[in-house]
Design a protein around this ligand. Structure first.
Ligand SMILES: Nc1ncnc2c1ncn2[C@@H]1O[C@H](COP(=O)(O)OP(=O)(O)OP(=O)(O)O)[C@@H](O)[C@H]1O
Ligand SMILES: [Mg+2]
Length: 329
């Protein structure tokens, strides 16, 4: 099988900054590859290399077997890209934006017009079709941007953080669109900072941090790496938290996490739960709540990187606030 996307040992340096330090990844045709990583991990850099916008410093990559550097022209016929920052022309209407792209791609006037209408309809933008894009909400812009990347009927689509900043409803709408695309045989590489998004959409996930792949597999495989389930214990007396952590950590053979009196630890074997109850009882700990649940990708991320994605979201929020302050100053 030829992979739709295959990258081997991608390195990218910008002066002294090493944005990618040897990234390898593959995407099977008709699937969604989720590239998950915090701010500055190298997601956009990898996307831009694969979409032929920049060249790697080292390593190589192919799209449907075509080299992204030596056969960039062929690659461009196959791909669509929706960037992290919307690329539509603010002054043009939705229809005009899409027709312009159709014309640039060599479609006839008529084809461009009917393709624009069909895409606007599909993305729930028909009513806003004749309004300038600058009057669109964030979610509408994202949809228009995505529609723009589909005018050329790409076989492989790169979506760089397509849902960042969208409300849950718009996010769900976009997820449905992505699912529909793979149903049509399109291969999607989607970067995201949201674990839930990767969990919901991606057939395979590559986790990158500081320019390196730190884990990969299906969502279930990643979860299984750190234990399929999580045991959570809250002692009635907060003073018991440390001994609870020691007992369950000992049983699970992993370092538990303690947050606001709640001790949680991934466990591979659910049979450890009764043993935990016994040991806690023997130690004279009164347990307020004890539960077993399926582990989330967030726990996987914590186990791999030592930080939570919420922390990253908070960081991203701070950065956005700084940017706003900077803009208004
Ligand atoms: N053109 C550039 N010149 C210099 N440094 C760059 C350039 N593009 C990216 N970098 C650096 O490379 C690293 C990776 O950046 P990249 O944009 O790929 O990260 P990202 O994972 O997309 O992050 P985000 O989630 O914030 O979009 C960062 O340290 C960034 O500052
Ligand atoms: Mg980025």
């Amino acid at each position: 099988m030829t992979y739709a996307i295959q990258a081997e040992g991608l390195v990218k340096r910008f002066g002294d900054t090493r944005a990618l330090a040897g990234v390898s990844l593959t995407a099977r045709p008709g699937t969604v590859l989720g590239v998950l990583g915090p701010n500055g991990a190298g997601k956009t850099t990898a996307t831009r290399i694969l979409a032929t916008l920049i060249e790697p410093t080292e390593g190589h990559a192919t799209i449907n077997g075509h080299d992204v550097v030596k056969q960039a022209h062929q690659v461009r016929q196959l791909i669509g890209l929706t960037g992290q920052y919307a690329g539509v022309d603010e002054m043009l209407t939705g229809t005009e934006n899409l027709i312009l792209i159709g014309r640039l791609l060599g479609l006839s006037r008529r084809e461009s017009r009917s393709r624009a209408a069909a895409l606007l309809d599909r993305f729930d933008l028909a009513e806003a079709a004749e309004r300038a894009a600058k009057t669109y909400s964030g979610g509408m812009r994202r949809r228009l941007d995505l529609a723009a990347s589909l005018v050329g009927r790409p076989q492989i689509l790169f979506l760089d953080e397509p849902t960042t900043g969208l409300d849950p409803r718009s996010r769900n709408g976009l997820w449905d669109i992505v699912r529909g695309l793979t149903g049509d045989g399109v291969t999607v590489m989607l970067t995201t900072q949201y674990l839930e998004e990767a969990d919901q959409l991606a057939d395979d996930i590559v986790v990158i941090d500081r320019g390196q792949v730190i884990a990969q597999g299906t969502s279930d495989q990643l979860k299984a790496q750190v234990g399929d389930q999580v045991l959570e214990v809250t002692p009635v007396d907060a003073a018991d938290t440390a001994s609870v952590a020691r007992i369950v950590g000992d049983l699970a053979g992993a370092t538990p996490e303690v947050r606001e009196g709640l001790v949680s630890v991934p466990i591979a074997d659910p049979a450890l739960m009764p043993a935990a109850v016994r040991r806690l009882d023997e130690a004279g700990v009164t347990v307020g709540a004890l539960s077993l649940r399926k582990s989330s990708l967030d726990e996987v991320f914590f186990a791999l990187t030592g930080h939570h994605t919420e922390d990253l979201d908070a960081e991203a929020g701070e950065l956005a606030d700084e940017a706003k302050e900077g803009a208004s100053a």
